[in-house]
Design a protein around this ligand. Structure first.
Ligand SMILES: *Cc1c(COP(=O)(O)O)cnc(C)c1O
Length: 425
């Protein structure tokens, strides 16, 4: 029995996006602040926006989806986080809390701003450990920024983190690279997405995320001052801010600071926006499809000895374009054996804490002199499996993946009682 589909298949670009991209290439209007031809609109576009660029229309559509007042499109989520820190006034040598378990782009954005990441432990739900956060606030009262990463869509206890940040004057940024469409407190409210507990939320449209444009990112905020800074810093000069549909209306906000804000040239271009815009309408559909398959795979893996599936924190609704689980009572050799047996059967599983994985904090050497002491995080990522679940997978595929994992564990004939490693979660 072998699984043959690719675990790396990105989401395809909708027909509408392809058509618009071709039009743009034919007339060369790729620069977001360039001349706009009335032609380049979808049939169902608002006629009032006929003279707006693709990027500007995308920003508006994105803001309408997430419910933020202002959105700026940039070239990546890493750039979005960098600009967010700059907008908040970060200075060289400032410290920034962030997850010990996340992707290397997060601490890199902090280093890019000449600041220093302070890493927080991850708990067995794969999110920031609140007790460790509280302890660190006490020990390092000079840390006044926090990029909270919803790594692989695992959302921490947002209300409590926000309250702690408020009490301690810590400015919060949410890394929503994997947070688009994820709800907080879904039962109480209609449109309560993550990304609203902070001052600035940052998103990605890199190919492995909910929206696919190869590369791309968004900065979203309700604060008009921060929005003006971000628009200018992303690369809007002179009076080009006027070509933004999703911006604060007051020109003075821009005029007052525009000679003080560097132009980092991190803009998104129209081609990227053209292929993204029709995907906004597909987010809810994609979420439903991911969720069905993710939930089924959890059912199939639940109860298997040696597999621990982290539960979402109360109020967080999980959307699964990937699944994570931990191997319990596995030695390093067992872990490697498991991964290679699964790979032999076509099921590609990544371990976060092995080799050169970019999600292993020990590999972020550019950000510290001494490896941070994150014992829990190290334990968890040593046995944490990451399984991408692309849109191309069907429910039947999920059944097969579940069966293969089950069989591999069986075949390994592991003694059930043995405690081979320190870890027990
Ligand atoms: C992908 C990712 C990013 C970075 O996104 P880019 O658009 O590639 O810069 C940041 N955080 C997390 C958790 C990610 O998975």
């Amino acid at each position: 029995m072998k699984f043959t589909k690719s675990f790396d298949a990105p989401n395809p670009i909708p027909e509408k996006g392809i058509r618009n991209a071709i039009k743009l290439m034919e007339n060369g209007m790729l620069y977001r602040y360039g001349h706009v031809d009335n032609d380049i609109t979808f049939d169902d576009d608002d006629p009032a926006h006929a003279n707006e660029s693709e990027v500007s229309k995308l920003e508006l559509a994105f803001s309408q989806y997430t419910g933020h007042k202002y959105v700026v499109a940039v070239n990546s989520c890493g750039s979005a986080m960098f600009i967010a820190l700059k907008a908040m006034g970060i200075q060289p040598g400032d410290k920034v809390f962030t997850n010990g378990f996340t992707f290397t782009a997060v601490p890199s954005s902090i280093v890019h701003a000449n600041a220093i990441p302070v890493y927080l432990e991850c708990n067995d739900q794969y999110v920031v450990d609140l007790d460790h956060f509280k302890e660190q606030i006490k020990q390092q009262p000079d840390v006044k920024y926090f990029i909270l990463s919803h790594m692989r869509g695992h959302v921490a206890e947002l209300d409590k983190i926000q309250a702690l940040c408020d009490e301690n004057n810590i400015r919060l940024i949410e890394d929503c690279a994997h947070g688009l469409g994820k709800r907080w407190n879904a039962e109480d409210h209609d449109n309560n997405f993550v990304g609203h507990h902070c001052e600035i939320a940052c998103y990605s449209s890199q190919s492995h995320k909910m929206l696919n444009s190869g590369e791309g990112g968004f900065i979203a905020t309700d604060d008009k001052q921060l929005a003006a800074y971000c628009i200018l810093a992303a690369g809007s000069y002179e009076q080009l801010y006027k070509k933004h549909l999703s911006r604060p209306a007051d020109d003075a906000l821009f005029e007052n600071i525009k000679f003080e804000v560097p132009n980092f040239s991190l803009r998104m271009n129209n081609l990227t926006a053209a292929i993204l815009r029709p995907q906004i309408d597909l987010i809810d559909e994609r979420i439903a499809s991911y969720k069905e398959k993710h939930d089924r795979l959890i059912e199939l893996l639940t109860g298997i000895e040696h597999i621990f599936i982290p539960e979402a924190v109360d109020n967080a609704e999980h959307v699964g374009d990937s699944l994570q689980f931990n191997l319990v009572d596995f030695s390093n050799d067992n872990v490697n054996d498991f991964v290679s047996r699964c790979a032999d059967k076509g099921v590609k599983i990544q371990i976060f804490g092995i080799d050169d994985n970019a999600r292993d904090f020990r590999n972020w050497q550019y950000s510290f002199d001494e490896t941070p002491d994150l014992e829990n995080t190290a334990d968890i990522i040593a046995c944490a499996c990451d399984l991408r679940l692309p849109m191309t997978f069907t429910l039947e595929d999920i059944e097969l993946i579940g069966t293969i994992i089950n069989e591999v564990i069986d075949d390994m004939s592991l003694p059930s009682s043995v405690k081979l490693k320190k870890q027990s979660i």
